[in-house]
Every structure is written in structure tokens, then in C-alpha cells.
Design a protein around this ligand. Structure first.
Ligand SMILES: CSC[C@@H](O)[C@@H](O)C(=O)COP(=O)(O)O
Length: 364
């Protein structure tokens, strides 16, 4: 994706050919800082601390983490141990386990002397695959926006509401939910995005708004609670969100608050679409509401806020009453019945087992 006219991916191998570079997403939107990761411990920290985040990107960076670990020690014991350690960094996005499983399968039967080169090649192939998957996904989502535009007076913008960040910062390139939006904008279709701020970590206000702004896509940041009102007023044509895991029955895990948007969308007759790359479909979980693990994060993410002061300093302040405890479930599960459909790299489908396995028969 472009920043000031220059193309970037969200993860890449450094010029020395072995260290891994990422953008430190905890510094955005205030600073665009690149981090150099030199071992799997740094990768694990980056994922846990959300310097990298977003389901597909977590998987891609973890794959490079395996390569970094094997560079130090290519033994089978170390391969298994690093896959185990990296797998424990975050629980909800299935892309992490998917990527680590693919790395282990590709490397396990090789002699240790061949593992390092093979690990870098496999991680690079996965990163390329993610970028192309997201590009195709966007191409399959674009007709949804074109169809809405055709029904409007010429030149009137299509209003999309999105939650959290499912743009290129959450993937290797393009994004999932934002990919159709970027492709619509690039094709000259007028599009405007309502960006949910996405408390408690503000991925919408900090990351989605920043991305859209860099790309020149018109957008407006709204408080998380504004979506229902906007839909009731006819100001939202379509909701498109990303996902961290889709269960076999079509239930969709995504950032906390997504479920409420789906309920409001259903009540107001607004289509609610989910952008899902193949790496996010977990056919091993039969029922998403019952079976998808939900990450519980630190209470301080709810009780405190970090922002930039007028003179450029970053400050963290407490916003909850002193002494009040806080709970912080980081994801929720939207039942399949509230989902209009899924946009994937293979086309669009309904949120049901039959439709999903129709598109992904190899996962049956
Ligand atoms: C393409 S991304 C879909 C999701 O990963 C995204 O919407 C999301 O919920 C990210 O959560 P995060 O906790 O920031 O990793």
C-alpha cells in the first residue's frame, strides 16, 4: 500500500537478508516507526504487545519468527518449541495457528541443515500469498460497492461503516475489509467510510483513519456507539468488517463491538458483510459462539487512554473511576444469522457450513 506515493508492505526482510522489519503499530498514528526484529523472542513480544496485530499479519510475522528461531538453532526440538511459544502469543485469530502449522509441516521432515533457507522461502511465499489473497478478495468485494453506487444519484458517495482495522496494516498488503474500498476509490467510485473508533485500543481512530487518510479515501471517525444512529438515519449503505476466525457454521469472531454493529444493521436493513481470507476459515470449530476462544486483555486498556498532547508528547491518562475494576474481552462472535455474506479471495458466499465448504472443499 502507498504512503506518500511509496509502496510498502506491513512486513519485509531487511536489506541484510535475515532480520525482519515491521511498522510499530503502537506508535501510529503519531509516528511511522520501523522496528527490526532479530529473533523469535522479539517476534513473540511484537505480537503480544500488538506492535503487529490483525489476523493475517500476525500469521505472516509469526512465520518469519520461525525462520529467525531456526537461524539460531535448526534442530527439531527448537522448531517444535518455537512453534509452541509463538502459538501462545494471542488466542483468537486462527491465522497464527494456521501459519505456524504450515511452517512446521514444510520444515519438519527436512534435514536441519536445509531448514533455515526453507523457512525464509516458506515465510516469503506465505507473505506473497496473503498480499495476493487480499487483492483478489478486494476484487470480489468491489461489485458490492458498485451495485450500491448504481442505485444512487450519480456522484453520490457509497457510505461504508467498518469496525477496528482490517486494512493493509492488518495484513501483508491491501487489507481485507478495506481492500474493496481501496479498489473502489482507485477505480474512481466515490466512497466514504464511517470509521468506528474501536475502543479500547482505538484501532479505528488510530490505524484505519490513518491508512484511509494516507490513501486519500474520504472518511469520518465516529464513537463506537454512533453506528446504530447512523444506520437509523439512512447514512450507512453497507457494513464491511474483517474477521479473526470464521467457524464452520459461519459464525464470525472479530473485534469487540462487531456483534452490536451486526444487530443494528439487521434492525435497519443494512447489509452486513465480512471479508475473510482462506487463512481465517477454521472448519475445525463447529460453532463459533461456543467454540472460538476470546482473548481477555489487560484492564488498563479500558481504564486508561493514551494520546498526544498539543506539544507533541504522548501521555496516558486514567479515564475510569479510581478503584473500579474493568473487564476487557477483546473480541466477540457475530452469529451467522446476522451476516449477509462473506467476501473471500474465491468469491462471495453465504455464512453457512454448506456455502463455506462449497468454496473451500479442501477444508471439509
Ligand atoms: C484483517 S483483520 C480482521 C481482524 O483481525 C481485525 O478486524 C481485528 O479484529 C484485529 O484485532 P487486533 O486485536 O487489533 O489484532
Amino acid at each position: 500500500m502507498r504512503i506518500n506515493g511509496k509502496h510498502y508492505r506491513s512486513v519485509w526482510v531487511d536489506e541484510d537478508g535475515w532480520a525482519v522489519r515491521i511498522f510499530d503499530q503502537t506508535k501510529l498514528p503519531w509516528a511511522l516507526e520501523v522496528l527490526r526484529l532479530e529473533d523469535d523472542a522479539a517476534v513473540a513480544h511484537a505480537i503480544r504487545a500488538m506492535q503487529v496485530r490483525g489476523a493475517p499479519l500476525i500469521g505472516a510475522v509469526a512465520a518469519y519468527g520461525v525462520a529467525l528461531a531456526l537461524r539460531r538453532d535448526p534442530s527439531t526440538a527448537n522448531l517444535d518449541a518455537c512453534v509452541e511459544r509463538l502459538g501462545q502469543t494471542r488466542p483468537t485469530a486462527v491465522n497464527l495457528a494456521w501459519a505456524l502449522g504450515r511452517m512446521r509441516a514444510a520444515l519438519h521432515n527436512l534435514p536441519p541443515s536445509e531448514r533455515v533457507a526453507a523457512a525464509y522461502a516458506e515465510a516469503a511465499a506465505m507473505a506473497d500469498d496473503d498480499a495476493e489473497t487480499c487483492r483478489r478478495l478486494g476484487a470480489h468485494g468491489l461489485p458490492l460497492l458498485q451495485e450500491i453506487a448504481r442505485a444512487k444519484p450519480a456522484g453520490e458517495a457509497v457510505n461504508v461503516l467498518t469496525h477496528c482495522n482490517a486494512g493493509w496494516l492488518a495484513t501483508v498488503d491491501w487489507g481485507t475489509a478495506l481492500s474493496p474500498i481501496y479498489q473502489a476509490h482507485d477505480a474512481g467510485l466515490p466512497v466514504h467510510v464511517w470509521v468506528d473508533e474501536t475502543r479500547p485500543r482505538n484501532q479505528g481512530a488510530a490505524l484505519t483513519a490513518w491508512e484511509l487518510g494516507r490513501h486519500g479515501v474520504p472518511h469520518t471517525v465516529v464513537a463506537d456507539n454512533a453506528g446504530g444512529h447512523l444506520m437509523q438515519r439512512g447514512l450507512v449503505d453497507i457494513c464491511i468488517v474483517g474477521t479473526d476466525r470464521v467457524a464452520r457454521n459461519g459464525d464470525v469472531a472479530n473485534k469487540i463491538g462487531t456483534y452490536l454493529k451486526a444487530l443494528a444493521a439487521r434492525d435497519n436493513g443494512v447489509p452486513f458483510w465480512v471479508a475473510m481470507p482462506h487463512s481465517t476459515f477454521d472448519a475445525g470449530v463447529a460453532d463459533g459462539v461456543a467454540g472460538i476462544p476470546i482473548e481477555e486483555r489487560a484492564a488498563e486498556e479500558v481504564t486508561e487512554l493514551t494520546g498526544r498532547t498539543a506539544d507533541g508528547r504522548l501521555e496516558t491518562v486514567r479515564v475510569a473511576a479510581e478503584g473500579s475494576p474493568a473487564a476487557n474481552p477483546s473480541f466477540d462472535v457475530t452469529p451467522a444469522r446476522l451476516v449477509s455474506g462473506l467476501v473471500t479471495e474465491r468469491g462471495r458466499c453465504g455464512a453457512s457450513e454448506a456455502a463455506l465448504l462449497g468454496l473451500y472443499p479442501e477444508k471439509a
